[in-house]
Design a protein around this ligand. Structure first.
Ligand code: SF4
Length: 688
């Protein structure tokens, strides 16, 4: 038996610590890390079965040019030459990187630096755009910086949990267990706001099955109620929050209990119960996830939640905060390095002084001067021929992007596609001119940041298989070959980490909360031994915010008009995860035990809708939307709202001819964040 290694789970943004003990060739015993603050030794089903996913089945182990094996030198030279030639002929905005919340922070940092400081474009976006970019935009509007103002410790202090658009029991199981532990110990209450009756609702004190897309009305109604009942913290507002003109007046009309109940389509008595619970429990944590973020009004929905917390002073105190829980293991690390097209680096935006500051720090020859293309627009750019070379790292957009069929066509027509991945044959690698074998979980070495801003180490358990290499190494080798070797002279992840830490503090003057200056000169051994830590302490505990005047902002948001149920598309398609699968199943699909939970993709339909449509349990139904169609086996579920369908996101061409949810959502996005509205696609279903 080898020595136990403390590392971090490969999957969700809870960021659980794992004790991994290699016990043979590509074999490892997995246990929860009892000393990790995120999970205290607990693991969910996905984390528990990590050991079943570390084999080399299906791995990409060699660089490939087309279908031919190539040396690293040849493959990297080709990538560097084609990017250089494309930029020389068509300019820096003719190339793009599409990266991933699966990357480690060090990988993300090097890719972001190459694109924004040396190529001179901000056309680097990430699959985190699909996951939490509305939370980012909402945080910036409310607080001045993308700061999550909560930690898991707040779950141990709250008296009321409001879960909005989050099947926490399945998608963030260890967070859910912590909520349940607090409820068992203290009697804390749980309200779930979700159009579907999910497993998270089973033990809730109240479930509000609201009409999809009415979260703004619900939260504005709650805020109006707080005004009427004297729950607004006037002293806190006067000292710490800017209120736009006309804000309170806008809440006077149409936010009474009866009107809100009608708009949200919930019983008035249930709505009143929610209001009463909110009034009775000042220590409230409102956790929100994809039901809020993946909406065409996601940013407004985030701000509607933040407004309630700011107006009632339920922020910056133990057990009181709005809390965006992230989907991916390192969505937060990507945000910290600036891995979104809409941010620059270290939580800086594209303000001229920030561009100059980062340019000085990097000694950058050609800084990006404006935000780049966000995911949907980026692939539209590929489709329209404006992007002529794209490098996709650790993600599978041919499955996961909305209107995935169009993304496939775009990649098929793109002159140069590079894919770095651990898997040889994915729906995306099929379009690659060059495939580069990347290190996977259990081989990678670096850091990730979880939902509560806690940074933990992922550590290697095995030597690199075949010719696989870490992503940071692959990107820096391309940077070197493009002529910038001096700027990409990293020998190990710790070199990248130190530079990232220095940049976070570089001429910061305390303007941003994100600041890792204590790590700027960390030694290699100390980096290797790094214990999980959170940056930012308890944000806003001093009632000061990282805005020019130090005040947070209420943001006036209005409920958008609702869709017409009598249109040609009489139903609404909602999409999401299953408990035991992750993304496009490249890893979890390897585990027989995880496969047992749901063996195939199902469309969930309310029994009365099914009766109307002539569908029975186990039938095959065609689900059609304006973008496409796919076949699913029918599952009758009384937990569905009437008129709603639900399908899982995971299945791909590799696993199934049907169940292709990615083909169905429209490529429409929130106007502030660019996040696609996966949750509310006009649809119909019919028996085949
Ligand atoms: Fe891994 Fe998330 Fe499960 Fe924790 S809750 S074990 S991070 S999948």
């Amino acid at each position: 038996m080898s020595q136990a290694v403390r590392t971090t789970c490969a999957y969700c943004g809870v960021g659980c610590g794992v004790v991994a003990t290699p016990n043979g060739e590509r074999s490892v015993a997995i246990a929860g890390d009892p000393d990790h603050p995120a999970n205290g030794g607990r693991l969910c089903s996905k984390g528990t079965h990590l050991g079943e996913t570390v084999g080399l089945e299906g791995r990409l182990l060699l660089p490939m040019i087309g279908d031919k094996r190539a040396s690293w030198d040849k493959a990297l030279d080709l990538v560097a030459r084609r990017f250089r030639e494309t930029i020389a002929r068509h300019g820096p905005d003719s190339v793009a990187f599409y990266v991933s919340g699966q990357l480690l922070t060090e990988d993300y940092y090097v890719a972001n630096k190459l694109m924004k400081g040396f190529i001179g474009s901000a056309n680097i976006d990430t699959n985190s755009r699909l996951c939490m970019s509305s939370a980012v935009a909402g945080h910036v509007r409310a607080f001045g910086e993308d700061v999550v103002p909560a930690s898991y410790d707040d779950l141990d202090a709250a008296d009321l949990f409001v879960l909005v658009g989050s099947n926490t029991a399945w998608c963030h199981p260890i967070v859910y267990q912590r909520i349940q532990a607090r409820r068992a110990a203290s009697g804390a209450k749980l309200v779930v706001i979700d159009p579907r009756r999910t497993e998270t609702c089973e033990d809730a004190d109240l479930h509000l099955a609201i009409r999809p897309g009415t979260d703004v009305a619900l939260m504005n109604g709650l805020l109006a109620y707080c005004c009427r009942e004297g729950l607004v913290d006037e002293a806190y507002l006067a000292a710490s929050v800017s209120v736009p003109e006309g804000f309170w007046e806008s809440l006077d009309e149409g936010h009474d209990l009866w009107t809100i109940a009608k708009v949200c389509d919930v019983p008035p008595a249930d709505l009143q119960r929610f209001y009463d619970l909110f009034a009775a429990h000042p220590r409230t944590v409102t956790l929100f996830s994809q039901g809020i973020n993946q909406s065409l009004r996601g940013t407004d929905q985030v701000n509607a939640i933040c407004n309630v917390h700011l107006a009632t002073g339920r922020i910056g105190k133990p057990g009181a905060a709005p809390f965006s829980i992230t989907g991916q293991p390192n969505a937060m690390g990507g945000r910290e390095v600036g891995g979104l097209a809409s941010s620059l680096a270290a939580h800086m935006d594209f303000a001229p002084d920030n561009i100059a500051r980062v340019g000085r720090f990097w000694s950058a020859p050609r800084m990006a001067t404006k935000a780049g293309l966000k995911a949907v627009d980026l692939f539209r750019g590929v489709s329209e021929g404006r992007i002529k070379a794209i490098w996709i790292m650790a993600t599978n957009p041919a499955v996961s992007m909305p209107d995935a069929g169009r993304v496939r066509e775009a990649l098929a027509g793109c002159p140069f596609v590079v894919v770095s991945d651990v898997i040889a044959d994915t729906d995306t690698t099929r379009y690659a001119h060059v495939r580069l074998p990347a290190a996977g979980w259990g081989e990678k070495d670096g850091t990730v940041t979880n939902s509560e801003r806690r940074i933990s180490r992922q550590r290697p358990l095995f030597s690199l298989p075949g010719e696989a290499r870490p992503d940071w190494w692959i990107v820096k080798e391309v940077g070197r070959r493009m002529g910038w070797g001096h700027a990409f002279a990293y020998d190990r992840p710790a070199d990248v980490w130190r530079e990232h830490a220095r940049l976070s503090a570089y001429q910061n003057d305390g303007a941003r909360l994100f600041d890792l200056k204590t790590h700027a000169a960390i030694g290699n051994e100390a980096y290797d031994a790094l214990e999980p830590f959170s940056w930012g302490g308890r944000p806003f505990a001093d009632s000061r915010f990282p805005t020019p005047d130090g005040r947070a902002r209420l943001v006036a948001v209005r409920q958008a008009p609702l869709a017409d149920p009598l249109s040609a598309w009489p139903m609404t398609l909602n999409t999401g995860r299953y408990r035991d699968q992750w993304h496009t199943m490249t890893r979890t699909g390897l585990s027989p035990k995880l496969a047992r939970h749901r063996e195939e993709p199902l469309v969930e339909v309310h029994p009365r809708d099914a009766e109307r449509l002539g569908l029975a349990e186990g039938d095959i139904a065609r689900v059609t939307t304006p973008q496409g169609d796919s076949l699913f086996r029918v599952s009758l579920s009384a937990g569905q709202r009437r008129g709603e369908l639900f399908t899982p996101i995971h299945w791909t061409d590799r696993q199934s001819t049907g169940g292709r949810t990615g083909l169905l959502p429209r490529p429409l996005v929130d106007p502030h964040s660019g996040q696609p509205g996966f949750k509310q696609t006009p649809a119909r279903a019919e028996k085949v």
